[in-house]
Design a protein around this ligand. Structure first.
Ligand SMILES: [Zn+2]
Length: 374
């Protein structure tokens, strides 16, 4: 399962040229027609032109190409709708990830891995634990919104709880205490199970479904760590189908995610209005990033601008700032995808990154904005 740690490990690779990043669309149609092979072959022959014949870089490039074809021909996973490959022969580096989502097939040649499509998967398609608790049973699901099967049941808990009315020699009052005791034990068991499941499925939030009183009890039994991860609560499902679960959970999730993004954007706008700690627009945000000032970076998932990076002083520049020469030191700059370079820049300074779907407020800010540290 793909995690933030995977991304961090990719982003922490030292520079090496050539570094090839290959994304494959492995959706059912693409698999049937092997259309990804055509795209990859075409890109490789385009890239080949960039290398000086007989150079060390060219030799490394061919090693990378061979490794990618090895994967496509012999190691292509049977399941999953997308694969991301990263190879840098100069570092002896090879990594492949298979995910449940489709990528657009593309090949990017750079000195560092091109992680944006993968980062997008991690960011946008997090797993959530959904727990439906009743007085004697509980169902636990992992919800993964963009996966082909968004809901999977991962645990079913059942605790024997005596029925609602007393039988035999019990007084009704004593019986109710006895019953309540069983229910408490059940809820405690559920809470304990969640601690393990949360980590096992690498979740980023919890949704609790059930009657108010049951949820309140469950919350009490959760560890503080997990209690902080509860992002929403809701009533039980009217039916037992997984579709019904998704219908119930989807608005809670989307709302939560959008709410967080809008909060950040609002904070940025407020800061901008009072000339405070925020910046907006590619040029501004890049400038702040080069000074290590980014605290939270918000970038639209549709931002696709090309720009330049200076191999000599490390500066990033937009295409409107230069046509290829570093505006700071005059060296020849290399063409890069700015969104990717910015993402990397932000992550290397420990900034939080939010990749968000296009929205009017962010568009007004130029597609990219940031809260700053100082
Ligand atoms: Zn420079």
């Amino acid at each position: 399962m793909l995690t933030n740690a995977d991304l961090e490990s990719l982003l922490s690779q030292p520079e090496s040229f050539p570094f090839l990043s290959v994304y494959l669309d492995l959706g059912p149609q693409a698999r049937a027609s092997r259309s990804y092979e055509t795209v990859v072959r075409k890109r490789f022959s385009e890239l080949e032109e960039l290398f000086e014949k007989g150079s060390k870089e060219e030799a490394l490039f061919w090693q990378a190409v061979k490794r990618v074809w090895d994967f496509i021909n012999n190691e292509l996973p049977q399941t999953g709708h997308g694969a991301a490959l990263f190879v840098a022969p100069g570092l002896d580096f090879w990594r492949s990830y298979t995910v449940a989502y489709r990528f657009e097939t593309e090949v990017v040649l750079d000195r560092l891995p091109y992680v944006r499509p993968l980062a997008h998967v991690v960011e946008e398609h997090e797993h959530h634990l959904v727990v439906e608790t009743r007085s004697d049973t509980a169902s636990v699901f992992v919800v993964h919104l963009r996966a082909p099967t968004p809901v999977s049941r991962v645990a079913e808990l059942e605790t024997e709880v005596p029925g609602k009315t007393a039988q035999g020699g019990w007084s009704q009052r004593r019986f109710q205490w006895h019953r309540r005791d069983h229910i408490m034990r059940h809820i405690k068991r559920v809470a304990e199970a969640l601690e393990g499941l949360y980590d096992q499925y690498n979740c980023s939030g919890i949704i609790l479904l059930g009657q108010d009183q049951t949820i309140a009890e469950l919350r009490k039994h959760l560890s503080r760590r997990l209690r902080d991860k509860v992002i929403a609560v809701g009533p039980e499902r009217p039916t037992d189908s997984q579709e019904a679960l998704l219908e119930r959970v989807l608005p809670l999730l989307k709302f939560e995610e959008r709410l967080e993004e809008m909060n950040t954007l609002q904070r940025i706008v407020t800061e901008l209005e009072r000339g405070g700690l925020a910046s907006a627009g590619l040029e501004e945000v890049i400038a702040a990033g080069m000074q290590q000032r980014i605290d939270i970076l918000v970038i639209g998932s549709d931002v696709e601008a090309d720009g330049y990076e200076c191999p000599s002083c490390g500066a990033l520049m937009t295409a409107t700032q230069t046509e290829g020469q570093c505006i700071y030191c005059g060296a020849d700059a290399v063409k890069v995808k700015l969104s990717n370079a910015l993402l990397r820049l932000a992550q290397t300074q420990g900034a939080e990154v939010e990749i968000v779907p296009p929205n009017p407020l962010l568009e007004r800010l130029g597609g990219v904005a940031a809260l700053l540290r100082y």
